[in-house]
Design a protein around this ligand. Structure first.
Ligand code: FAD
Length: 307
């Protein structure tokens, strides 16, 4: 039986595993794909103290750091269930069951995609999902934001400070963002909002994005925009479907609800990173929350009666 079992091998999980192992706890980490979203990231320029790096390089360093410690690393294993029987039990897709006194859930999230031609081809070459991460790459250039919800309008306001011009494309006939954000966006001269717009294709020159095509859903007309970047802001989905039948409380968006110590609704079960209600989703924040969750689990374990 583990003292702490970490589910998820992204920056939150790696950080949690290192903190647990450094407390001398019997620690395991089980991950579907070690590195998580970082493995899909090209340039990283906001991981403080490292001016610039690349996702795969940071993943290799994370793994190397975890392996410095006595951590049982279980790769390519997917958790499908959480239950309790003389400790917590994590069931894996292959049928194996791992038993542990405490848990850190760090299964991250995934961006909802547009599913249009060109999106995959130009992902990381103009198609972006994170304005905090990639906004500066488009300094002085025209970009589009897909989605007129809070994250889309926030992204447009954020990007308007950096880029030449932002066109927001919203599928519906109204914006779903808060009124205060819409007012702010409308007050900025370099933001244009187009409603009833269905993006149909990401256009490129074979190397990078050059624009997009969309259909005006009212007139049925096909239109094109010339762009250097496209920020897709149509939702971040937490990887928590596997917890639906457990008693871990989730928010209306499926995020694991945590408190300041990373504690969930179940005693001894902690969570960290993009899978949780943590408001901002970034590598440095995920790592910090992994440390918090792990220290929370340690706090819990030292208060248990010795068996
Ligand atoms: P994730 O990185 O999502 O890791 C989740 C882990 O859990 C993975 O190992 C996954 O395989 C595993 N997992 C999921 N489900 C299961 C399961 N059922 N069983 C077992 N394991 C499971 N942030 C920045 O700070 N700077 C950037 O420049 C930046 N650029 C980005 C670019 C892109 C394209 C993307 C997608 C994100 C970017 N981000 C960036 C955001 C950043 O990557 C995330 O905030 C961060 O990775 C979250 O860490 P996490 O550990 O919570 O989750």
């Amino acid at each position: 039986q583990f003292d702490v079992l970490v589910v998820g091998g992204g920056p939150a999980g790696a950080s949690a595993a290192i903190y647990s192992a450094r407390k001398g706890l019997n620690t395991g980490i089980v991950a579907d794909r070690f590195g998580g979203q970082v493995a899909d990231t090209l340039a990283i320029e906001n991981f403080i103290s490292i001016k610039a790096t690349e996702g795969p390089k940071l993943v290799a360093q994370l793994e190397e750091h975890v392996k410095e410690y006595d951590v049982d690393v279980m790769h390519n294993q997917r958790a499908v269930g959480l239950s309790y029987k003389n400790g917590y039990e994590i069931t894996l897709e292959n049928g194996a069951v791992l038993s542990t006194k405490s848990l850190v859930l760090a299964t991250g999230a995934r961006w909802r995609e547009m599913n249009v031609a060109g999106e995959q081809q130009y992902r990381g070459h103009g198609v972006a999902y994170c304005p905090h991460c990639d906004g500066p790459l488009f300094k002085g250039k025209p970009v589009a934001v897909i989605g007129g919800g809070n994250s889309g309008i926030e992204a447009a306001i954020d990007l308007a400070n950096i880029v030449e011009h932002v066109t927001v494309l919203e599928f519906a006939d109204t914006l779903r963002a808060d009124e205060v954000l819409i007012r702010k966006a409308k007050s900025l001269k370099n933001i244009t909002i187009i409603k009833n717009a269905q993006t149909t294709e990401v256009l490129g020159d074979g190397k990078k994005v050059t624009g997009l095509s969309y259909t005006d859903r009212i007139s049925g007309e096909n239109k094109q925009l010339n762009l250097a970047g496209i920020f897709v802001q149509i939702g971040l989905i937490p990887n928590t479907e596997w917890l639906k039948d457990s008693n871990v409380e989730l928010s209306q968006f499926g995020e694991i609800i945590i408190d300041a110590k990373g504690a969930t609704s179940l005693a001894g079960v902690y969570a960290a990173g993009d899978a949780t209600t943590t408001p901002f989703k970034q590598i440095i924040i995920a790592m910090g929350s992994g440390a918090t969750a792990s220290l929370g689990a340690f706090d819990y374990l030292i208060r248990q009666t010795p068996s």
